[in-house]
Design a protein around this ligand. Sequence first.
Ligand code: GLY
Length: 417
Amino acid sequence: MNQEKSISLKRKPSVIISSIMLSLFIFSCGGPSGNSTKIDIEEIGQQLLVLDDNVQKEIAKSPLDARGEEKIVPRTINDDGSLRVVAGHDWTSGFYPGIMWYMYELTGDPEWKGKAVRYTSKLTKEMYNGSNHDVGFRMYCSFGNGLRLIEDEIYVPVLVQSAKTLIARYSETVRSIKSWDFNEEVWQFPVIVDNMMNLELLFWASEETGDPIYRDIAIQHALTTKKNHYRSDYSSVHVVDYDTITGAVRQKNTHQGYADESSWARGQAWGLYGFTMTYRCTKDKQFLEQAEKIAGFLLNHPRLPEDLVPYWDFDAPGIPNEERDVSAAAIIASALYELSTYTENGGELKEKADQILESLGSVYASPAGENYGFILAHSVGNKHGNSEVDVPLNYADYYFLEALVRQERLANNKPVV
Ligand code: GLY
């Protein structure tokens, strides 16, 4: 696809955004200072073509990362203003192929499918990468979406192997999957709330293979997280560290939030999404109730701004002069669309999700052709570690597009997932 060619809006029947809805996806964009540029799904496509072009230029200049691995996908913008393109082992590598899959779903354009297939295939070897819990993010956002959309059977063994890799990190003693292996002088068995997201791969694997082991582990992990990560107000700590011999909780910390006792925004978002998805896959009401309570914590929080785009941590000391985290907002929007289909106050939750998308599209989108082509600006990766503060992030774009897909499916009375 080149930039002279306009993006086809021909759609398959099961796809994709109707012409009527397209007109609703016209946003004014620009930073908080704003400009009057308008974008719609075609313009999002144009923006992503700019990104893809910049990725190829960056790879041509510098093909390998510090480990000598082939760079593949864009992640963010570095402090020096350059585009950060990362290899398959990066925790975010699945999101860019996922973005291509969502663009295919949103437009029906086979050229997005071609790109999605190509980027997805570059991640194949990551099915064996058990160096952390992120195998779920890497593989389910890429191969998982691919399987869902094109039913290519060659994706099945890759995903089954990825699930095997993930459950190898499970401890019967702790009754959780270990998230990280670093910081061994501090943590024995760290489990982060983000890890909830990777359970979807495990639920899928049991459905696919008929082997209950993946599902059993996913359910036990969710129960342990529900018990130990959540406070009485249904906020979550970021990291719970367990004793590997006794399984007891050793400490509760943050790694990316403001403080151990604070509520890191993206962590809350991962929990909301993770428990909503766990309810979908189990139909166990305790997970639904957990998701509803988390939504209540988020949406009624006195420090949630009116535009519903949270500060990077709900307890960041400089609020209201703290950065927002657009990635957290995008994840929350996508999760709320799903949760809205399970709850009595679904209409209200859907309205909140719509409001978030409107905010993201109208205030937080990159000006056309800028930010190397990332769709959204103003996310925070790790302010605690002074890294990726107020930047575009590939996962903000991924969950924004996923939320658009879900909004569209709801508008057409289709199952949201
Ligand atoms: N899962 C890593 C993060 O949310 O930054």
